[in-house]
Design a protein around this ligand. Structure first.
Ligand code: ADP
Ligand code: MG
Length: 495
């Protein structure tokens, strides 16, 4: 078995584990099942990818979305890990080839959609291979209580019983409710699992609530002053989304549109354009969701107040997955309250609930709305504190990183985390160079190096491979493939 620190450094280029990761990895490697609830961006993937590399056999990762699988497999391959996915985006010929390769042991990690688990060809591969680990990602999809319930997840437990020997089974999610957690443990069939629940704070995110006179105008000004950044603009309706695209593209902003009324093809194109940095901003309804693992989203602006804190925190949390500073701005208007209330109280056609159940359900939704209004109208209380207390977590009086706390005269902690001194124009040169390498390799730019890595390069200015190894997040395979190109850019710049 390989040493986990050398796997962390060699493949992923990281020097240390984030909170929770090491405990989970060690439990898995000792042969114990595990379940982890960690917020978006906490680094759940590494918790099963490192054991996958350390174990002798193959790891199967069950994932709900094609875009998530593609993203992870691209990133793994760029890190020198033999990985593949099997889902409905492959032709039957491609699937057969991938399964033949898998049976020969060519991949360490195989991502599969849950629907695959009872297909005869997939089963035949799995039953005839040495499967060390099954990792269920986005595990809340197994629960009817979660909002992304996916019935095919219920087949996972049975699939596992069909394997030659029982692998270690693990489940990962960002959804924290007790009901969902219990469902995950029982329905995935975890046996006395190691449990880890991470804190829900995302220190690098700046939270702000504003009540501008003209919300679109405010969004426009913000976006224009952050022209080089990727961002998401969440709108309430399809029409509002299209209006935003019209108005903002007239200002020269490179923006795309995403909502449920578009064809699958048009939505995929918009999502790819955003991931591959062909557009900077995407205006979207809440339909734009789980598939977005883009790490360098620098801001998420909500044009309206959502009805639930869970939704708001999940959507806003798509900013700053790379751990670098990012802004979450909620543009609030008193009108949002009435509108949300109206949507909750509107009588649905063919209501599947009895009038009593409906009343109960609406009462719960109105209570959620109240919490969201409480957040949006905070005058003196730290916004992060309101969010965390909503999720049942204690927080200090002041976070120094929300619109309320920044208005107060603050005493900055001695070392303010996340602040790297780097050379702006070298950073731009590296970013452009990285984009060219990415186009050539046919992958999104962040797959090679995210903004955090590029900023560190622009700070350290490595001119040798040994110096480049000091840059966190740039592992051996990346050094082998792209190291010389980055060094060339730095040397040229330093001349
Ligand atoms: P999650 O699935 O929990 O939302 P990811 O697994 O997608 O989060 O990880 C988020 C980001 O954090 C990724 O860019 C990942 O490479 C990075 N990351 C994970 N673990 C570490 C670590 N130990 N050190 C530095 N960065 C890490
Ligand atoms: Mg994840």
């Amino acid at each position: 078995m390989k040493n986990i620190y050398s796997v962390l450094k060699e493949h992923f280029g990281y020097f240390s584990f984030r909170p929770g990761q090491e405990g989970i990895i060690r439990a898995i490697l000792s042969g114990r099942d595990a379940a982890a609830i960690m917020p978006t961006g906490a680094g759940k993937s590494l918790c099963y990818q490192i054991p996958a590399l350390a174990f002798d056999g193959i790891t199967i990762v069950i994932s709900p979305l094609i875009s998530l699988m593609q993203d992870q497999v691209r990133t793994l391959i760029a890190s020198g890990v033999r990985a593949a996915y099997i889902n409905s985006s492959l032709t039957p010929g491609q699937t057969a080839l991938a399964l033949r390769n898998a049976t020969k042991g060519m991949y360490k990690i195989i991502y599969a959609a849950p629907e695959r688990l009872d297909s005869p060809s997939f089963l035949s591969f799995a039953m005839n291979s040495d499967i060390s680990l099954v990792a269920v990602d986005e595990a809340h999809c197994i629960s009817q209580w979660g909002q992304d319930f996916r019935p095919a997840y219920l087949r996972i437990a049975e699939f596992i019983t069909k394997l030659r020997k029982r692998p270690v089974v693990t489940a990962f999610t960002a959804t924290a409710t007790e009901k969902v957690k219990q469902d995950i443990i029982s329905k995935t069939g975890l046996v006395s699992p190691y449990l880890f629940k991470g804190g829900f704070d995302r220190e690098n995110l700046y939270f702000s609530v504003e009540q501008p006179f003209d919300r679109m105008d405010r969004a426009k000004n913000y976006i224009l002053s952050h022209k080089n950044d990727s961002g998401i603009l969440y709108c309430l309706t399809r029409k509002q989304t299209e209006d935003a695209v019209r108005r903002l593209s007239a200002e020269g902003i490179s923006i795309g549109c995403y909502h449920a009324g578009m064809s699958d093809e048009a939505r995929k194109k918009a999502q790819d354009d955003f991931i591959y940095d062909r557009i900077k901003v995407i205006a979207a309804t809440s339909a734009f969701g789980m598939g977005i693992d883009k790490p360098d989203v620098r801001y998420v602006i909500h044009m309206n107040m959502p009805a639930r804190m869970e939704d708001y925190y999940q959507q806003a949390g798509r900013a700053g997955r790379d751990g670098m500073e990012a802004d979450c701005i909620l543009l609030f208007s008193g009108r949002d309250v009435g509108l949300n209330r109206y949507m909750i109280e509107k009588e649905p056609e063919d209501d599947p609930l009895t009038p009593e159940q409906r009343k109960e359900y609406n009462r719960a939704r109105l209570a959620c709305l109240d919490s969201m209004v409480y957040y949006s109208t905070s005058k003196h209380t730290c916004l992060r504190r309101r969010i965390l207390s909503y999720f049942g977590q204690n927080a200090p009086e002041s976070c120094h990183n929300c619109s309320i706390c920044r208005k107060k005269p603050i005493e900055l902690p001695e070392v303010f985390p996340m602040l790297l001194q780097y050379d702006e124009s070298l950073f731009e040169a590296l970013k452009n160079g990285c984009r060219r390498m990415a186009i050539f390799a046919g992958v999104p730019s962040y797959t090679i190096a995210g903004e955090k890595v590029l900023k560190e390069m622009a700070a350290r200015k490595p001119e040798t491979i040994t110096q480049l190894r000091q840059v966190e997040g740039f592992g051996e395979e990346k050094i082998r493939r792209w190291g010389a190109d980055f060094i060339a850019i730095i040397k040229k710049y330093n001349k």
